[in-house]
Ligand binder design. Structure first.
Ligand code: ZN
Length: 115
């Protein structure tokens, strides 16, 4: 279940209904696609993937939400699974950061993946 600050305020768990990362109005769409802090983090993650795989992949909103990627046929099949897992863990990390008022940190996330 996805909780947003909007719902948390409605149930009087939080006092504000704005995004803890950028202070814009919070919504599911904002959290998943529009928050500039999250967008920057996802760009860093896909850049890391591109560097490792020697590709130039970008993530559309549909790909980010539904994880149905168009990948070059030159990549081995396990690359799709790696990207799926990477994006899934990145989304979980961003969501956790939002509720701990922590800023998503690319270096910390990479460390989290290694441990
Ligand atoms: Zn935001």
């Amino acid at each position: 279940m996805v909780s947003l600050f909007k719902e948390l305020k409605r149930f009087k768990i939080k006092n504000e209904d704005v995004c803890s990362q950028c202070r814009c109005a919070d919504s599911l769409e904002h959290t998943c696609l529009d928050c500039p802090v999250s967008v920057k983090f996802y760009e860093e993650i896909i850049s890391w993937f591109n560097q490792k795989k020697k590709t130039k992949k970008t993530l559309s909103n549909d790909e980010l939400l539904f994880q149905n990627y168009e990948l070059p046929s030159s990549l081995p099949p396990h690359s799709r699974r790696q990207l799926n897992l990477l994006v899934l863990l990145a989304k979980k990390y961003v969501y956790a950061c939002k509720f701990t008022d922590a800023r998503p940190d690319y270096s910390q996330f990479k460390f989290y993946l290694i441990v």
